[in-house]
Design a binder for this molecule. Sequence first.
Ligand SMILES: *Cc1c(COP(=O)(O)O)cnc(C)c1O
Length: 449
Amino acid sequence: MMAPATPTDRSSPVAALAPRWVSTRSPQGEAVSFIEALSRGLAPDGGLYVPITVPALPKLRPGSAFGEVARACLSPWISGLYPEPVWRAAVTDALSFDVPLVTLDGPTWRGVHVLELFHGPTCSFKDFGARTMARLLAASAQKADAHVFVATSGDTGSAVADGFSGLPGFRVVLLYPEGQVSPVQERQLALRREGVAAFRVRGTFDDCQALAKGVFADQRFRYLAPTSANSINAGRLLPQMLYYVHAANQLGTAPWFCVPSGNLGNLTAGVFAMLGGMDTPGFVAAHNANDSFARFLGGATARFGPSVRTLSNAMDVGAPSNFERLTHLLGPTRLRSLVHAEVVGDEDTLRCMRAVHDETGYVCDPHTAVGLEAARRLRQGSAGESRPIVVLSTAHPAKFPEVVRTALGFDPAEPPALAALLDRPERVRTIDPTQDALLAALREQDFSA
Ligand SMILES: *Cc1c(COP(=O)(O)O)cnc(C)c1O
């Protein structure tokens, strides 16, 4: 069923080509442009924005570079909403790093390919969404002089800080729990960056999230024009669709995609690609002990609870925020036939890191290991699956040196992007988990470079 789209900007006839977006909670209700969905984040009724139609992917030349794939595939989603050279420059600048597809060998890993999504500035796949979203928001300039509030327990905060830093019209306020992020993650979060304030909160991640939400309800923060950049934003999902298409185009045959998952944003982006025509037998949602989505796919009614802590902490999510979007896009029956889940505990995660290293020499991070173990099970399962499998590698192993050391007995090599951080100054303040403390700290905050 399609909702009748509200008329688009008539002064720009091309704008009619880009799909309009509606809320998962009122698909017959107000339809907005991508730019509106991007700047709002959540729909006013609390739902998530989904496109009314999914544009067909363009025909790609085999072996195209990632940048070409990115511009060609985004074009039907956003053309007409920005001047062509403006969005092309924004996307090119946002995604100016490598996206290698590494082929593993050895009997266990035959036909398994690792799509390395960690070559951006903060070394996790969050760079794709955060950098693109920041530049597209800046280009649309609807929220100039806004403050982007981000509660983070891991990779999102640094990616968003990097994504917006130095873009005119935006400042970023990071809130992370004291003592609950890894040392490397803290080094990335506490870095002094132009336009970024980092607060180490005496509390838990939930306290940070409550603080960030509280900003929108508390009139005293109004003067900061608060906005958010969490993983439900449509602007973070679209760019994540691109590397699926790129990997399939590189291989030339339809692969399975094995996706280390938490909030299911990455998986949803893959579903966008499939709905646009990318050929794939299906997806594997690879989860750690936080298995609510796996239980749902197994036939249970959706039931979400608090998260449990694991070695792959960026996937410690009890209630995946994109669940509502996925079920809207596919419906429960199609979802269950296209997405298969695997649950990988910490012991199996460590064992997989060791097995991959012993058999192939490849060093992976714990999130990627959850994906690789799920791929191994798919390959060795009773169905005798023999088609290629692309495992999305979501973070560089050097972001999790403690886990790599436990699994392999040595420290992973640091990429230059992380090593360089050691010499750069920090700027972070510790605050109590109250709106008063945050307000007072922001009044005195220095946002300069
Ligand atoms: C965010 C994150 C994930 C989970 O991605 P979702 O889109 O939330 O499912 C997996 N691995 C790493 C390293 C991450 O930072």
